[in-house]
Design a binder for this molecule. Sequence first.
Ligand code: HEC
Length: 277
Amino acid sequence: MDFLKFLKTAALAAAVILPQTVFASSDGPPLPKQTWGFQGIFGQFDNAALKRGARVAVGVCMNCHSLKYIKFDSLKQIGFSEAEVIALAEGASLTKKDRMNSAMDANAAKDSFGVVPPDLSLMTKARKGYEDYTYGILNGYLTDAERKLVEQVMADDVISEKELLEVSSTLGLNAHQPEKVKEILKRILANENFNKHFPGFFFAMPQPMTDGAVTNTDGVENSLKQMSHDLTTFLAWTAEPTLMARKALGIKVMIYLVIFTIMLYAVKRRIWAKVHH
Ligand code: HEC
């Protein structure tokens, strides 16, 4: 048995099968896949998007969450001016030297939510699905139309087969478990926080924002989708502010290796030239 060949085949099979089984194991619809411009070897952070995202983070998320690994001053790296950084910090009753800590203290948060909202600095790396997960959570709450559908379905005590199928496919539930679906619909009507993309569907975070939550200073639309995309881009930056530097170094190393290889090849040809004659 060619062991190397076996290893290669096994690795290839694992690469193909593993991601699917990992994602198939969770409830709910698949995460909405987004295009993230900073991914890939030549990907770059878009400073305009980062700045819009930072404003959403400070204006919305920091009411409850901290970004404790980032100081306001560091926001200059994504293109904010000194004056803008000071204004942003003041908006959160902090100074530019401070870390981006939420004004809500842990005890108060525990009293209102039962849990302390997790720090968001590393969130895009901390959850399965990465950036798509954070984006998915922000877009995973029920729309008005979806909530209406739930109310209609639950208006009388019987859920018809047609209603079951419709509500299950809309919410990403498993129609083969009608009792579980009914239980979930009841909890929705009891105003628990339902989210399509949170494992288990219910958690302590009320919907943090809807269309128009912040006003973009650069004229870009402030739909929920756009704000979520910008905010998530910003959270990818907070999770790895040195990403661009790392990529630039990687590319330099690759170029160096290519040149080095060509030189070695030339040397080899020279050394062996006489032998080959
Ligand atoms: C009103 C307070 C509040 C606001 C505002 C808020 N959150 Fe949360 N968030 C929470 C709480 C509480 C939790 C913990 C939920 C739980 O574990 O049950 C949470 C959890 C999360 C999680 C983790 C989910 C998980 O997998 O554990 C993410 C991601 C998140 N919030 C993102 C955001 C973003 C992004 C914003 C800003 C757009 C935001 N939150 C605004 C209260 C808030």
